[in-house]
Design a protein around this ligand. Sequence first.
Ligand SMILES: *[C@@H]1O[C@H](CO)[C@@H](O)[C@H](O)[C@H]1NC(C)=O
Ligand SMILES: *[C@@H]1O[C@H](CO)[C@@H](O)[C@H](O)[C@H]1NC(C)=O
Length: 430
Amino acid sequence: MGSLRLARTLILLSVSLLLLLKSSTILAQEEEEEVDFPPLLDADDIAYFFERNDLDGLHWALTNVFERSDRNHDSAKIQHPLPEQLVSRGGGSTYTTAYKLKMDLEQAQYLVTQLRRDRDQEMAAFLETHVVPLYQKVLDRIPPLDQLQRTRGLYPFQPHDKQLGIEAIYNKALYAPQFGQLKDPNTGQVLPVLNPNLDLDRIQRQWMGEEQDSTPGIVVVDDILNPAALSRIRQLLLEKTVWYQTKMPLQFGGYAGAYIDDGLNDRILLQLSMELYQALPRIMAGHFLRYLWAYRYDAEYTGINLHADEAAVNVNLWLTPDDANLDPTSGGLVVFTAKPPPDWEFTKYNTDTDFVRDELLKPTQFANVTIPHKQNRAVLFDSALFHQTDQYKFRKGYENCRINLTLLYGTMQRGSSKKKNQPQSHGSEL
Ligand SMILES: *[C@@H]1O[C@H](CO)[C@@H](O)[C@H](O)[C@H]1NC(C)=O
Ligand SMILES: *[C@@H]1O[C@H](CO)[C@@H](O)[C@H](O)[C@H]1NC(C)=O
Protein backbone atom coordinates (compact mmCIF):
# COMPACT_ATOMS: atom_id res chain seq x y z
CA MET A 1 0.00 0.00 0.00
CA GLY A 2 2.32 2.68 1.38
CA SER A 3 4.90 3.70 -1.13
CA LEU A 4 2.72 5.23 -3.83
CA ARG A 5 0.75 7.25 -1.35
CA LEU A 6 3.91 8.26 0.41
CA ALA A 7 5.47 9.47 -2.81
CA ARG A 8 2.37 11.46 -3.66
CA THR A 9 2.15 13.07 -0.26
CA LEU A 10 5.82 13.95 -0.43
CA ILE A 11 5.35 15.71 -3.72
CA LEU A 12 2.35 17.54 -2.34
CA LEU A 13 4.37 18.45 0.68
CA SER A 14 7.34 19.77 -1.19
CA VAL A 15 5.03 21.95 -3.26
CA SER A 16 3.28 23.34 -0.21
CA LEU A 17 6.56 23.72 1.62
CA LEU A 18 8.03 25.60 -1.30
CA LEU A 19 5.14 28.00 -1.15
CA LEU A 20 5.35 28.32 2.58
CA LEU A 21 9.05 28.71 2.63
CA LYS A 22 9.02 31.74 0.46
CA SER A 23 6.97 33.43 3.08
CA SER A 24 7.35 33.81 6.77
CA THR A 25 6.25 31.44 9.50
CA ILE A 26 3.20 33.64 10.01
CA LEU A 27 1.88 32.58 6.66
CA ALA A 28 2.87 29.06 7.52
CA GLN A 29 0.64 29.18 10.55
CA GLU A 30 -2.31 30.57 8.64
CA GLU A 31 -2.08 27.83 6.10
CA GLU A 32 -1.42 25.10 8.59
CA GLU A 33 -4.86 23.56 8.17
CA GLU A 34 -4.28 22.97 4.51
CA VAL A 35 -0.86 21.42 4.60
CA ASP A 36 -0.92 17.75 3.85
CA PHE A 37 1.91 16.57 6.07
CA PRO A 38 3.61 13.34 5.01
CA PRO A 39 4.07 10.48 7.47
CA LEU A 40 7.81 11.19 7.65
CA LEU A 41 10.37 13.77 6.60
CA ASP A 42 13.65 12.60 5.17
CA ALA A 43 17.24 13.83 5.13
CA ASP A 44 16.63 15.85 1.96
CA ASP A 45 13.72 17.68 3.59
CA ILE A 46 15.91 18.52 6.59
CA ALA A 47 18.77 19.75 4.40
CA TYR A 48 16.31 21.80 2.36
CA PHE A 49 15.26 23.94 5.31
CA PHE A 50 18.76 24.02 6.69
CA GLU A 51 20.24 25.31 3.47
CA ARG A 52 17.84 28.23 3.66
CA ASN A 53 18.79 28.89 7.24
CA ASP A 54 15.13 28.38 8.14
CA LEU A 55 15.26 26.70 11.52
CA ASP A 56 11.78 27.90 12.41
CA GLY A 57 10.46 26.26 9.25
CA LEU A 58 12.37 23.08 9.99
CA HIS A 59 11.10 22.98 13.54
CA TRP A 60 7.58 23.67 12.35
CA ALA A 61 7.63 20.88 9.77
CA LEU A 62 9.21 18.31 12.08
CA THR A 63 6.84 19.16 14.92
CA ASN A 64 3.75 18.95 12.76
CA VAL A 65 4.72 15.62 11.26
CA PHE A 66 5.51 14.26 14.70
CA GLU A 67 2.24 15.48 16.22
CA ARG A 68 0.26 13.70 13.53
CA SER A 69 2.22 10.51 13.94
CA ASP A 70 1.37 7.33 15.76
CA ARG A 71 3.51 8.58 18.67
CA ASN A 72 0.76 10.93 19.77
CA HIS A 73 -0.66 9.75 23.06
CA ASP A 74 -3.99 11.25 22.03
CA SER A 75 -5.16 8.74 19.44
CA ALA A 76 -7.64 11.23 17.94
CA LYS A 77 -4.69 13.27 16.60
CA ILE A 78 -3.00 10.39 14.81
CA GLN A 79 -3.19 10.68 11.05
CA HIS A 80 -0.76 8.02 9.87
CA PRO A 81 0.24 4.58 11.00
CA LEU A 82 3.84 4.27 12.10
CA PRO A 83 5.99 4.45 8.93
CA GLU A 84 7.67 1.22 7.91
CA GLN A 85 11.11 2.89 8.04
CA LEU A 86 10.69 3.59 11.75
CA VAL A 87 9.54 0.04 12.43
CA SER A 88 12.41 -1.49 10.52
CA ARG A 89 15.01 0.48 12.39
CA GLY A 90 13.59 -0.82 15.66
CA GLY A 91 11.08 1.89 16.58
CA GLY A 92 7.96 -0.27 16.42
CA SER A 93 5.36 -0.26 19.18
CA THR A 94 4.32 -3.92 19.22
CA TYR A 95 7.50 -5.30 20.78
CA THR A 96 10.22 -4.25 23.19
CA THR A 97 13.35 -5.55 24.90
CA ALA A 98 14.07 -5.88 28.60
CA TYR A 99 16.79 -3.21 28.59
CA LYS A 100 14.63 -0.74 26.66
CA LEU A 101 11.60 -1.17 28.88
CA LYS A 102 13.86 -0.83 31.91
CA MET A 103 15.12 2.48 30.52
CA ASP A 104 11.54 3.60 29.92
CA LEU A 105 10.61 2.60 33.46
CA GLU A 106 13.58 4.46 34.93
CA GLN A 107 12.74 7.50 32.87
CA ALA A 108 9.14 7.47 34.09
CA GLN A 109 10.37 7.22 37.70
CA TYR A 110 12.85 10.01 37.12
CA LEU A 111 10.12 12.18 35.65
CA VAL A 112 7.86 11.59 38.63
CA THR A 113 10.56 13.00 40.92
CA GLN A 114 11.32 15.92 38.62
CA LEU A 115 7.73 16.90 37.88
CA ARG A 116 6.63 16.66 41.51
CA ARG A 117 8.85 19.69 42.13
CA ASP A 118 6.09 22.08 41.23
CA ARG A 119 6.35 21.46 37.57
CA ASP A 120 3.51 19.24 36.44
CA GLN A 121 1.62 17.46 39.20
CA GLU A 122 -0.95 15.99 36.89
CA MET A 123 1.63 14.36 34.64
CA ALA A 124 3.60 13.18 37.68
CA ALA A 125 0.50 11.50 39.05
CA PHE A 126 -0.32 9.87 35.74
CA LEU A 127 3.18 8.50 35.39
CA GLU A 128 3.30 7.33 38.97
CA THR A 129 -0.06 5.61 39.19
CA HIS A 130 -0.39 4.32 35.67
CA VAL A 131 2.81 4.20 33.61
CA VAL A 132 5.33 3.04 36.22
CA PRO A 133 3.27 0.07 37.46
CA LEU A 134 2.36 -0.92 33.91
CA TYR A 135 5.97 -0.94 32.70
CA GLN A 136 6.98 -2.82 35.83
CA LYS A 137 4.38 -5.52 35.28
CA VAL A 138 5.33 -6.07 31.65
CA LEU A 139 9.03 -5.95 32.46
CA ASP A 140 8.57 -8.67 35.06
CA ARG A 141 7.09 -10.90 32.40
CA ILE A 142 9.87 -10.60 29.85
CA PRO A 143 11.70 -13.93 29.74
CA PRO A 144 15.51 -14.02 30.03
CA LEU A 145 17.49 -13.50 26.83
CA ASP A 146 18.31 -17.17 26.34
CA GLN A 147 14.60 -17.85 25.92
CA LEU A 148 14.31 -15.19 23.23
CA GLN A 149 16.79 -16.62 20.74
CA ARG A 150 14.31 -16.77 17.90
CA THR A 151 13.70 -13.01 17.99
CA ARG A 152 17.31 -12.21 18.93
CA GLY A 153 16.16 -10.83 22.26
CA LEU A 154 13.09 -8.89 21.17
CA TYR A 155 9.92 -9.41 23.15
CA PRO A 156 6.63 -9.10 21.26
CA PHE A 157 3.85 -7.86 23.53
CA GLN A 158 1.54 -10.71 24.54
CA PRO A 159 -2.25 -10.62 24.86
CA HIS A 160 -2.00 -10.18 28.64
CA ASP A 161 0.29 -7.14 28.17
CA LYS A 162 -2.19 -5.66 25.74
CA GLN A 163 -5.00 -6.20 28.21
CA LEU A 164 -3.07 -4.11 30.68
CA GLY A 165 -3.04 -1.32 28.09
CA ILE A 166 0.64 -1.34 27.14
CA GLU A 167 -0.08 -0.31 23.55
CA ALA A 168 -1.60 3.01 24.58
CA ILE A 169 1.58 3.91 26.49
CA TYR A 170 4.60 2.22 25.01
CA ASN A 171 6.65 4.31 22.52
CA LYS A 172 4.24 7.20 22.82
CA ALA A 173 5.13 10.85 23.32
CA LEU A 174 3.99 10.95 26.94
CA TYR A 175 6.08 13.86 28.09
CA ALA A 176 8.07 16.63 26.44
CA PRO A 177 9.60 19.47 28.44
CA GLN A 178 8.77 22.83 26.90
CA PHE A 179 12.16 24.48 26.98
CA GLY A 180 12.18 26.63 23.88
CA GLN A 181 15.40 28.52 23.23
CA LEU A 182 17.96 29.47 25.82
CA LYS A 183 17.53 33.11 26.66
CA ASP A 184 19.37 35.63 28.72
CA PRO A 185 17.11 36.14 31.77
CA ASN A 186 17.78 39.90 31.76
CA THR A 187 17.74 40.91 28.13
CA GLY A 188 15.57 38.13 26.71
CA GLN A 189 18.10 37.62 23.95
CA VAL A 190 18.65 34.14 22.60
CA LEU A 191 21.94 32.81 23.95
CA PRO A 192 24.42 30.92 21.81
CA VAL A 193 24.69 27.23 22.67
CA LEU A 194 28.34 26.95 21.68
CA ASN A 195 31.04 27.98 24.07
CA PRO A 196 32.09 31.46 22.85
CA ASN A 197 35.74 30.81 23.72
CA LEU A 198 36.40 27.98 21.28
CA ASP A 199 39.47 28.43 19.10
CA LEU A 200 37.63 27.96 15.84
CA ASP A 201 40.65 28.60 13.62
CA ARG A 202 42.67 25.98 15.38
CA ILE A 203 39.82 23.44 15.20
CA GLN A 204 39.63 23.98 11.46
CA ARG A 205 43.38 23.77 10.98
CA GLN A 206 43.37 20.50 12.89
CA TRP A 207 40.67 19.16 10.62
CA MET A 208 42.77 20.07 7.61
CA GLY A 209 45.84 18.43 9.14
CA GLU A 210 47.65 21.77 9.29
CA GLU A 211 48.48 21.56 12.97
CA GLN A 212 51.29 19.47 14.37
CA ASP A 213 50.14 16.05 15.48
CA SER A 214 46.72 16.49 13.95
CA THR A 215 45.09 13.74 11.93
CA PRO A 216 43.14 15.11 8.96
CA GLY A 217 39.42 14.59 9.34
CA ILE A 218 39.42 14.02 13.11
CA VAL A 219 39.20 16.77 15.72
CA VAL A 220 38.40 16.62 19.42
CA VAL A 221 36.76 19.71 20.87
CA ASP A 222 36.44 20.02 24.63
CA ASP A 223 33.92 22.26 26.39
CA ILE A 224 32.02 22.61 23.18
CA LEU A 225 28.78 23.87 24.72
CA ASN A 226 28.29 26.71 27.10
CA PRO A 227 27.38 25.30 30.54
CA ALA A 228 23.77 26.46 30.43
CA ALA A 229 23.25 24.80 27.05
CA LEU A 230 24.92 21.60 28.21
CA SER A 231 22.62 21.29 31.17
CA ARG A 232 19.56 22.19 29.11
CA ILE A 233 20.29 19.61 26.42
CA ARG A 234 21.11 16.98 28.97
CA GLN A 235 17.88 17.63 30.81
CA LEU A 236 15.97 17.48 27.56
CA LEU A 237 17.43 14.09 26.72
CA LEU A 238 16.77 12.76 30.21
CA GLU A 239 13.16 13.92 30.25
CA LYS A 240 11.70 13.71 26.78
CA THR A 241 9.98 10.39 26.14
CA VAL A 242 11.39 10.09 22.69
CA TRP A 243 13.66 7.04 22.89
CA TYR A 244 11.70 4.76 20.63
CA GLN A 245 14.31 2.61 18.97
CA THR A 246 15.50 -0.62 20.46
CA LYS A 247 18.03 -3.00 18.95
CA MET A 248 18.05 -6.78 19.04
CA PRO A 249 20.17 -7.31 22.17
CA LEU A 250 21.54 -10.66 21.04
CA GLN A 251 22.84 -9.15 17.85
CA PHE A 252 23.48 -5.45 18.35
CA GLY A 253 23.87 -4.88 22.07
CA GLY A 254 21.78 -2.59 24.21
CA TYR A 255 21.10 0.97 23.27
CA ALA A 256 17.99 3.02 22.64
CA GLY A 257 17.85 5.62 19.91
CA ALA A 258 15.99 8.92 19.47
CA TYR A 259 15.83 10.58 16.05
CA ILE A 260 15.16 14.01 14.61
CA ASP A 261 12.42 12.68 12.33
CA ASP A 262 10.72 10.89 15.22
CA GLY A 263 10.42 13.53 17.91
CA LEU A 264 13.97 14.61 18.72
CA ASN A 265 13.42 17.92 17.00
CA ASP A 266 13.80 20.51 19.74
CA ARG A 267 14.68 24.03 18.78
CA ILE A 268 17.86 24.06 20.86
CA LEU A 269 19.22 21.05 18.97
CA LEU A 270 18.51 22.69 15.63
CA GLN A 271 20.21 25.82 16.89
CA LEU A 272 23.24 23.78 17.90
CA SER A 273 23.41 22.23 14.44
CA MET A 274 23.31 25.65 12.77
CA GLU A 275 25.83 27.27 15.11
CA LEU A 276 28.29 24.49 14.44
CA TYR A 277 27.76 24.82 10.74
CA GLN A 278 28.33 28.56 10.80
CA ALA A 279 31.27 28.45 13.19
CA LEU A 280 33.27 25.96 11.12
CA PRO A 281 33.00 26.97 7.46
CA ARG A 282 36.19 25.22 6.39
CA ILE A 283 34.89 21.92 7.74
CA MET A 284 31.22 22.29 6.98
CA ALA A 285 31.37 24.20 3.70
CA GLY A 286 28.20 23.29 1.86
CA HIS A 287 27.46 20.27 4.03
CA PHE A 288 23.98 20.85 5.36
CA LEU A 289 22.53 19.07 8.34
CA ARG A 290 20.88 15.88 7.14
CA TYR A 291 20.24 13.95 10.29
CA LEU A 292 20.49 14.02 14.05
CA TRP A 293 20.03 11.40 16.72
CA ALA A 294 20.94 10.40 20.22
CA TYR A 295 21.77 7.01 21.70
CA ARG A 296 21.46 5.93 25.27
CA TYR A 297 23.50 2.91 26.29
CA ASP A 298 22.61 0.24 28.79
CA ALA A 299 25.41 -0.20 31.33
CA GLU A 300 25.47 -3.97 30.84
CA TYR A 301 26.13 -4.18 27.15
CA THR A 302 28.85 -3.19 24.74
CA GLY A 303 28.52 -0.31 22.32
CA ILE A 304 28.06 -0.04 18.60
CA ASN A 305 30.17 -2.23 16.36
CA LEU A 306 32.39 -1.12 13.55
CA HIS A 307 30.58 0.97 10.96
CA ALA A 308 30.70 4.13 8.89
CA ASP A 309 27.88 6.65 8.43
CA GLU A 310 26.78 7.95 5.09
CA ALA A 311 27.54 11.62 5.60
CA ALA A 312 30.45 14.01 5.14
CA VAL A 313 30.95 15.23 8.69
CA ASN A 314 29.91 13.41 11.85
CA VAL A 315 29.74 15.37 15.09
CA ASN A 316 29.54 13.21 18.20
CA LEU A 317 28.87 14.85 21.50
CA TRP A 318 28.97 13.40 25.01
CA LEU A 319 26.69 14.66 27.71
CA THR A 320 27.04 12.35 30.69
CA PRO A 321 28.99 13.67 33.71
CA ASP A 322 32.53 12.37 34.11
CA ASP A 323 31.89 10.80 37.50
CA ALA A 324 29.54 8.29 35.83
CA ASN A 325 32.44 6.92 33.80
CA LEU A 326 34.23 4.31 35.87
CA ASP A 327 37.29 4.26 33.60
CA PRO A 328 38.28 7.75 32.40
CA THR A 329 40.65 6.32 29.79
CA SER A 330 37.81 4.63 27.93
CA GLY A 331 34.11 4.96 27.19
CA GLY A 332 34.53 7.03 24.06
CA LEU A 333 35.11 6.35 20.44
CA VAL A 334 37.64 4.54 18.26
CA VAL A 335 38.07 6.06 14.80
CA PHE A 336 40.16 4.06 12.34
CA THR A 337 42.18 6.24 10.04
CA ALA A 338 42.14 4.03 6.92
CA LYS A 339 39.66 5.50 4.48
CA PRO A 340 37.69 3.17 2.21
CA PRO A 341 38.56 3.36 -1.47
CA PRO A 342 36.10 5.30 -3.65
CA ASP A 343 34.62 2.30 -5.40
CA TRP A 344 33.49 0.55 -2.24
CA GLU A 345 29.79 0.01 -2.02
CA PHE A 346 28.42 1.62 1.13
CA THR A 347 25.88 -1.04 2.09
CA LYS A 348 28.21 -3.92 1.41
CA TYR A 349 31.09 -2.69 3.46
CA ASN A 350 28.84 -1.57 6.24
CA THR A 351 27.26 -4.99 6.59
CA ASP A 352 30.37 -7.08 5.96
CA THR A 353 32.54 -5.89 8.82
CA ASP A 354 34.85 -8.92 8.61
CA PHE A 355 35.78 -7.83 5.13
CA VAL A 356 36.48 -4.29 6.32
CA ARG A 357 38.59 -5.59 9.19
CA ASP A 358 40.66 -7.90 7.00
CA GLU A 359 40.97 -5.86 3.83
CA LEU A 360 41.08 -2.29 5.03
CA LEU A 361 42.04 -2.04 8.70
CA LYS A 362 44.40 -4.97 9.19
CA PRO A 363 46.91 -3.82 6.56
CA THR A 364 47.26 -0.58 8.56
CA GLN A 365 47.63 -2.50 11.84
CA PHE A 366 44.32 -1.04 12.88
CA ALA A 367 45.69 2.48 12.90
CA ASN A 368 43.24 4.50 14.94
CA VAL A 369 42.59 7.51 17.07
CA THR A 370 40.94 6.52 20.34
CA ILE A 371 39.16 9.30 22.15
CA PRO A 372 38.11 8.75 25.79
CA HIS A 373 34.70 9.82 26.97
CA LYS A 374 34.43 13.22 28.60
CA GLN A 375 31.38 15.29 29.32
CA ASN A 376 30.91 18.20 26.93
CA ARG A 377 33.50 16.81 24.53
CA ALA A 378 32.73 16.59 20.84
CA VAL A 379 34.51 14.50 18.28
CA LEU A 380 34.21 15.76 14.71
CA PHE A 381 35.23 13.25 12.13
CA ASP A 382 34.96 12.42 8.51
CA SER A 383 32.00 10.06 8.41
CA ALA A 384 33.58 7.77 5.84
CA LEU A 385 36.05 6.67 8.50
CA PHE A 386 35.14 3.44 10.23
CA HIS A 387 34.46 3.87 13.88
CA GLN A 388 33.14 1.98 16.85
CA THR A 389 32.18 2.61 20.41
CA ASP A 390 35.16 2.08 22.72
CA GLN A 391 34.79 -0.27 25.64
CA TYR A 392 32.92 1.40 28.42
CA LYS A 393 32.18 0.93 32.04
CA PHE A 394 29.61 3.31 33.42
CA ARG A 395 27.87 3.44 36.74
CA LYS A 396 24.33 2.11 36.87
CA GLY A 397 21.39 4.39 37.37
CA TYR A 398 19.29 6.45 35.04
CA GLU A 399 21.27 9.68 35.25
CA ASN A 400 24.58 7.91 34.80
CA CYS A 401 23.57 6.44 31.51
CA ARG A 402 26.01 7.11 28.69
CA ILE A 403 24.31 9.36 26.13
CA ASN A 404 25.74 10.18 22.77
CA LEU A 405 24.33 12.89 20.49
CA THR A 406 25.19 12.65 16.81
CA LEU A 407 24.78 15.25 14.07
CA LEU A 408 25.37 14.28 10.48
CA TYR A 409 26.19 16.86 7.84
CA GLY A 410 26.39 16.44 4.09
CA THR A 411 26.61 13.36 1.98
CA MET A 412 29.61 11.12 2.00
CA GLN A 413 32.46 12.26 -0.21
CA ARG A 414 33.57 9.12 -1.85
CA GLY A 415 33.64 8.09 -5.48
CA SER A 416 30.51 8.20 -7.52
CA SER A 417 27.75 6.89 -5.30
CA LYS A 418 24.66 8.97 -5.97
CA LYS A 419 22.43 7.10 -3.59
CA LYS A 420 20.64 9.30 -1.20
CA ASN A 421 20.44 7.38 2.00
CA GLN A 422 19.01 8.04 5.35
CA PRO A 423 21.98 7.23 7.55
CA GLN A 424 20.51 4.62 9.85
CA SER A 425 20.04 0.96 10.42
CA HIS A 426 22.39 -1.38 12.02
CA GLY A 427 19.97 -4.00 10.84
CA SER A 428 16.25 -4.38 10.81
CA GLU A 429 13.90 -5.97 13.25
CA LEU A 430 11.22 -8.66 13.26
C1 LIG B 1 44.22 1.31 18.26
O1 LIG B 1 45.61 1.43 18.10
C2 LIG B 1 46.40 0.91 19.18
C3 LIG B 1 47.86 1.11 18.83
O2 LIG B 1 48.08 2.41 18.54
C4 LIG B 1 46.13 -0.54 19.37
O3 LIG B 1 46.84 -1.02 20.48
C5 LIG B 1 44.65 -0.78 19.57
O4 LIG B 1 44.38 -2.17 19.61
C6 LIG B 1 43.85 -0.15 18.43
N1 LIG B 1 42.44 -0.25 18.77
C7 LIG B 1 41.61 -1.07 18.13
C8 LIG B 1 40.21 -1.09 18.63
O5 LIG B 1 41.95 -1.73 17.17
C1 LIG C 1 27.50 7.56 18.99
O1 LIG C 1 26.54 7.19 18.09
C2 LIG C 1 26.99 7.05 16.80
C3 LIG C 1 25.86 6.65 16.04
O2 LIG C 1 26.25 6.67 14.80
C4 LIG C 1 28.05 6.02 16.66
O3 LIG C 1 28.53 6.04 15.35
C5 LIG C 1 29.13 6.31 17.58
O4 LIG C 1 29.98 5.21 17.59
C6 LIG C 1 28.61 6.57 18.93
N1 LIG C 1 29.65 7.10 19.69
C7 LIG C 1 30.02 6.52 20.71
C8 LIG C 1 31.12 7.13 21.43
O5 LIG C 1 29.50 5.50 21.06
